[in-house]
Design a protein around this ligand. Structure first.
Ligand SMILES: NC(=O)c1ccc[n+]([C@@H]2O[C@H](COP(=O)([O-])OP(=O)(O)OC[C@H]3O[C@@H](n4cnc5c(N)ncnc54)[C@H](OP(=O)(O)O)[C@@H]3O)[C@@H](O)[C@H]2O)c1
Length: 287
C-alpha cells in the first residue's frame, strides 16, 4: 500500500491518479476528510485524515504502508513537517520506503535558499533514520507561471531571475515520474533531478508567452528588493516572499539551468516543453 502525502495539491493529486491507473492500492493523507475528494480520483482511493503538525495522526495514517510519497507544502515549518512524517514512518516498525519530494539543487546543497535548505534537512534526517529512500528533485514548475498571468496580460513578465536560464518542468511530468518511482523497485538511494527539455531565460519565456497571448510581453528583470516589495504588497507572508527571492537569486546565477533526462528515463516520454504548457493555458495569459 502506498501512502501519498500532500495528496490534494498540484503534484500529489496527480500522483494519486497515476498510481490508481497502475492498479496500486493508495491511501491519500488529507487534512479534511469532510471536503470533497478531487474530482479525478476514483472511489477506490482511501482518504485518511492527518496533519503534518500532529505526530499521532501521522503514525495512524502510515500504519500498514509499504511506500510513502513524502510531499510537504512550502511553510516556515516544512523541515519539521518532513521530520514528523519520517519519524512516524519509523514508528510503524515496517520500514516503509520513503520517496521524498524535494527540489532541484538538493544535491548541490546551496546555502541561503530556505526552501531547498528545508529539504536538505529532511533528507539528512531521512538518511539517518535508516529507512530506504529515494529523492524526487524537480526544478520550478511551469504551473508557477499561472501566478504571473495578471502582469503577463498587461504585457510584462516581471521576475528577479536576471539573465539566468531555468529548466522549468511541468508538474504533470513530475507526478508521472514520481508514479514510476513509487510503483517500481530499484530506486533506493537515487536522486532524480526532474527538468523540462530545455533551459530558457525569462526573456525567452516572455517571448513564448507573447506568442500564445497574441501581444507583446516584455521581460522586466526585477532587483531582489523590487521583487520582495512586490510580493509583500501582494499580501505574501514575509517568510515565503523572502524564500522566493532567494530561489530567484539561484536562478539568476544560472544554477537551475541543468537539463537532465530523468523524466524520460522514468516515464518513457519526453518532458513537456514550456511552449506546450503556455499554449494549453493561452486563455489565462490573453488580455
Ligand atoms: N512549485 C515549484 O516550482 C516547486 C519546485 C520544486 C519543488 N517544489 C516542492 O514541492 C512541494 C509543493 O508541492 P505542490 O506544489 O504540489 O504543493 P501544494 O499544491 O501547495 O499542496 C500542498 C499539499 O500539502 C497539504 N498540506 C499543507 N499543510 C499540511 C499539513 N499541515 N498537514 C497535512 N497536509 C498539509 C495540502 O493539503 P490541503 O489541501 O489540506 O491544504 C496539499 O495537499 C514543496 O515541498 C516544494 O518545495 C515546488
Amino acid at each position: 500500500m502506498i501512502v501519498v502525502t500532500g495528496a490534494t495539491g498540484t503534484v500529489g493529486s496527480k500522483v494519486v491518479v497515476g498510481l490508481r491507473e497502475r492498479g496500486e492500492t493508495v491511501r491519500a493523507l488529507v487534512r479534511d476528510t469532510g471536503a470533497p475528494a478531487p474530482a479525478e480520483w476514483d472511489t477506490g482511493v482511501e482518504r485518511v485524515a492527518a496533519d503534518f503538525t500532529d505526530p499521532g495522526s501521522l503514525e495512524a495514517a502510515l500504519a500498514g504502508a509499504d511506500t510513502v510519497y513524502l510531499l510537504v507544502a512550502v511553510h516556515p515549518e516544512m523541515a519539521t513537517h518532513e521530520r514528523n512524517v519520517i519519524d512516524a514512518a519509523v514508528r510503524t516498525g515496517r520500514r516503509p520506503r520513503i520517496v521524498l519530494h524535494a527540489a532541484a539543487g538538493i544535491e548541490q546543497r546551496p546555502e541561503g535558499v530556505r526552501f531547498i535548505g528545508a529539504h536538505i534537512s529532511g533528507l539528512d534526517h531521512l538518511k539517518a533514520s535508516g529507512l530506504p529512500w529515494t529523492v524526487i528533485a524537480p526544478n520550478g514548475f511551469h504551473q508557477n507561471f499561472l501566478g504571473t498571468a495578471p502582469t503577463v496580460k498587461a504585457g510584462s513578465l516581471a521576475l528577479p531571475g536576471g539573465d539566468g536560464a531555468v529548466s522549468y518542468v511541468d508538474a504533470r511530468d513530475v507526478a508521472a515520474a514520481a508514479v514510476a518511482v513509487l510503483a517500481t523497485d530499484g530506486h533506493e538511494g537515487a536522486v532524480y533531478t526532474l527538468t523540462g527539455p530545455a533551459a530558457l531565460t525569462h526573456a525567452e519565456l516572455a517571448e513564448q508567452l507573447a506568442s500564445v497571448a497574441g501581444r507583446p510581453v516584455v521581460h522586466t528583470a526585477l532587483t531582489p528588493e523590487q521583487a520582495l516589495d512586490g510580493l509583500l504588497a501582494m499580501g505574501w507572508e514575509a517568510w515565503r516572499a523572502e524564500g522566493m527571492v532567494e530561489l530567484y537569486g539561484l536562478y539568476a546565477a544560472g544554477l537551475a539551468s541543468a537539463v537532465t533526462s530523468d523524466v524520460e528515463k522514468l516515464t518513457g516520454r519526453r518532458p513537456r516543453p514550456f511552449a506546450e504548457f503556455a499554449a494549453e493555458h493561452a486563455d489565462a495569459f490573453r488580455a
